[in-house]
Design a protein around this ligand. Structure first.
Ligand code: C2E
Ligand code: CA
Ligand code: CA
Length: 671
């Protein structure tokens, strides 16, 4: 220990120690960084990094050693044998390269430490080769314990250095590895030199061919300079290169590959930026979502290539028609977003979007096909409609949903669109509600106007929602149609109603409403047939109520369904007569058994002349076509008297009774 202190404090010049430390620190750090590159770079590049790491690492150890030797005062004349001196340099470059090669391919195995051991053993080897070229008029006497200590400390720190680099994950683990490597290099030199004694021997003559101190100073400065410059410049290049790659990756990650427009991520960032920028000044801006009308159908029918063409052409036209400063992005499959900053008037936004939509709708041709692309647009305005991103996005979405119906550029409207959101929530809740038994059948009696006796009941579905309470069928039936759940629901209504009706003592008729979606189902007749068979309800007691909209949607399929149902012996009624746009034509073309005059006409009776005329003529038509007729929505004695007078034999409405649950019609059906 004494020797080590003397060796450092007395025998070595302090400036040499400082210089040696400086070089080994810089070189150690570079070697560690380069080793990381060897491990991370793709195979094609890693060997280049390996050569560099070996060169820099080896040079570092060699320069450290010789700078220290230059500052070492032996008190005797000395020079350096050129062959051994350069052999020591060559050997350490080779061993360091081999060691780092092992580490580079070690993964996380113990080979990492093995590689570290090779690197430090190489340094030890270099040290002794170098020292054997250190010529003095005398002998060098080494102390074995110091040599062992030199070997152990060099290896332990060397192994620890690379182990830390690979296995540790704390913030400055790279720096710690570099320090450990430096300690390893420095230990090898100073620990072994501390145990070194020179025994002068006058008979030994210093060879003339030896390198003089000045030459060695030159070499070590050259070498150190090279280590620093080479390593640093390559690392800087690499860092720059990585930055480029990173920005390229970033560019790709915020751009949509098909259209080249910014993507949803970029839109989110731009929106956040605008909010923080405009928020402070209280300036308005608009977020618009645009959606290609019927895109899914187009994609399915004309193919994905056509779909891609349409999206690219929309993007190009958006880009071409939007003023500078307006941000456009593709945020979803066929969804685009536009951010319009510095908004003065809502009218301006509307005009701008209408113009853009018109531009996009110009016919475009692609591989012999013509495309006319229509966009729907929904807008939310900051800060009125929302002050945070999520809110604005949700509201622009809600506005877009409505725009698809209104077919015009649509602003978010809290009153309307909030309701829309509730509807969406309900649509998603249908199946759960059904399974939880929240649906129930109600029955409304139907009477003959003559003796006012009951001849049948209409089945009306009710939804008692656990949170929202009663939800009117006019609200949830369209939702069930939209989601397709109507098929489950409709079949259940039919089965329940039939099962119920067979238990009645009085064989009243049961009217069941059939939604347009159900009518379009080619299996409708099969389902009805199965239900009749299961429940044992005579077919003539069942009447299906169909609205005109169900027929208009798909004329041929509707006709086929109706005929198949009628073939079972089931009756078919035309519901809401008079509200469709060609009720008379429909009546002619379809084999209906009954007409139900819509309640809106009955409501005007007897004073409103038009209502009276419609009711009167409907009765006449039904008689001439031989079809039964019923008036819906009869609420007063006056209305009933009018209908009776005009020869309408059947009626239904609050006047006779409101729709009631099964339990409340017990007396009527069994009495
Ligand atoms: P709808 O088929 O025209 O049913 C008659 C509607 O008029 C019922 O409304 C009934 O409660 C109401 N109503 C009856 N008498 C009067 C009256 O005197 N005055 C007034 N103002 N209204 C009267 P509800 O139950 O709200 O049903 C609305 C619509 O929902 C039905 O119109 C029907 O189209 C549909 N719907 C109801 N249940 C079902 C069902 O099970 N399946 C299908 N597909 N649709 C159903
Ligand atoms: Ca009905
Ligand atoms: Ca009706």
């Amino acid at each position: 220990m004494n020797n080590l202190v003397t060796c450092l404090a007395v025998e070595h010049s302090h400036s040499a120690i400082a210089a040696a430390l400086f070089v080994s620190l810089i070189g150690g750090a570079l070697t560690i960084s380069l080793t990381t590159r060897v491990r991370q770079a793709p195979r094609s590049q890693s060997w280049l990094w390996l050569l560099l790491a070996g060169l820099v690492g080896g040079m570092t150890a060699w320069c450290t050693h010789f700078i220290a030797m230059l500052g070492y005062d032996v008190g005797l004349p000395h020079n350096y044998d050129p062959l051994l001196t350069f052999l020591s340099l060559g050997s350490v470059i080779v061993t360091t390269t081999v060691g780092i090669f092992i580490i580079g391919n070690a993964g996380r195995s113990l080979l990492v430490e093995a590689g570290g051991a090779v690197v430090s053993l190489g340094v030890v080897l270099m040290h002794f080769i170098g020292m054997s070229g250190y010529d003095v008029p005398g002998y060098l006497v080494w102390s074995t314990p110091y040599i062992i200590a030199c070997l152990i400390s060099g290896m332990v720190f060397g192994m620890l250095a690379f182990s830390t680099l690979v296995r540790m994950r704390f913030r400055y683990h790279g720096l710690a590895a570099a320090l450990l490597l430096t300690v390893s290099i420095v230990c090898v030199h100073f620990v072994s030199i501390a145990g070194l004694t020179f025994v002068p021997d006058g008979s030994i003559i210093l060879p003339n061919s030896g390198l003089q101190t000045q030459t060695m100073v030159f070499f070590t400065i050259q070498g150190s300079g090279m280590v620093v410059v080479l390593g640093l410049s390559l690392l800087l290049l690499d860092i720059k290169n990585r930055e480029n790659v990173r920005s390229e990756v970033r560019r790709a990650s915020v751009h949509d590959a098909l259209t080249g427009l910014p993507n949803r991520t970029a839109m989110g960032e731009e929106l956040a930026r605008l909010i923080s920028e405009k928020g402070a000044g209280g300036i308005q801006f608009a977020l618009a979502f645009l959606d290609v009308r019927g895109f899914k159908g187009l994609n399915d029918v004309r193919g994905h290539a056509a779909g891609d063409f349409v999206l690219s052409s929309v993007a190009a036209r958006l880009r071409g028609s939007l003023p500078a400063g307006v941000f456009a992005a593709r945020t979803g499959n066929d969804e685009f977003a536009i951010l319009i900053p510095d908004l003065q008037h809502r009218g301006d936004v509307q005009r701008l979007l209408r113009r853009v939509i018109q531009e996009v709708a110009r016919p475009a041709s692609w591989s012999g096909q013509q495309f006319v692309v229509r966009l729907d647009a929904g807008i939310a305005v900051f800060p009125d409609d929302g002050q945070v991103s999520d809110e604005l996005v949700a509201r622009a979405d809600a506005a877009l949903l409505r725009a698809k119906r209104t077919r015009d550029v649509t602003f978010y409207d809290a009153g309307v669109d909030h309701g829309e959101r509730r509807l969406n929530a309900l649509a998603l809740d249908l199946r759960r509600a059904f399974e939880d038994g929240e649906f129930q059948l109600y029955y409304q009696q139907q009477h003959l106007t003559g003796d006012r006796s009951i001849f049948g009941f209409e089945v009306l579905l009710r939804w008692f929602h656990r949170d929202y309470g009663f939800i009117p069928p006019d609200e949830f039936i369209p939702l069930a149609e939209r989601t397709g759940f109507i098929h489950v629901l409709g079949e259940w209504v039919l089965r329940q109603a039939a099962a119920d009706a067979v238990t009645w003592k009085n064989p009243f008729q049961v009217g069941v409403n059939v939604a347009p979606e159900q009518l379009a189902d080619p299996n409708l007749a099969q389902i009805v047939g199965a239900v009749l068979k299961e429940t044992g309800l005579p077919p003539e007691r069942l009447e299906l109520e169909i609205t005109e909209s169900g027929i208009v949607d798909d004329f041929h399929r509707a006709l086929a369904s109706i005929e198949a149902v009628k073939a079972l012996g089931v009756k078919v009624a035309m519901d809401d007569f008079g509200t469709g746009y060609s009720s008379l034509t429909t009546l002619q073309q379809f084999p209906f058994d009954k007409i139900k005059i819509d309640r809106s006409f009955v409501a005007g009776l007897p004073h409103d002349e038009l209502s009276a005329a419609i009711c009167r003529s409907t009765v006449i038509i039904s008689k001439s076509l031989g079809i039964r007729v019923l008036a819906e929505g009869v609420e007063t004695e006056e209305q009933l008297a009018f209908l009776q007078r005009e020869g309408c034999p059947r009626a239904q409405g609050y006047y006779f009774g409101r729709p009631k649950p099964r339990s409340e019609i017990e007396d009527l059906v069994n009495g």
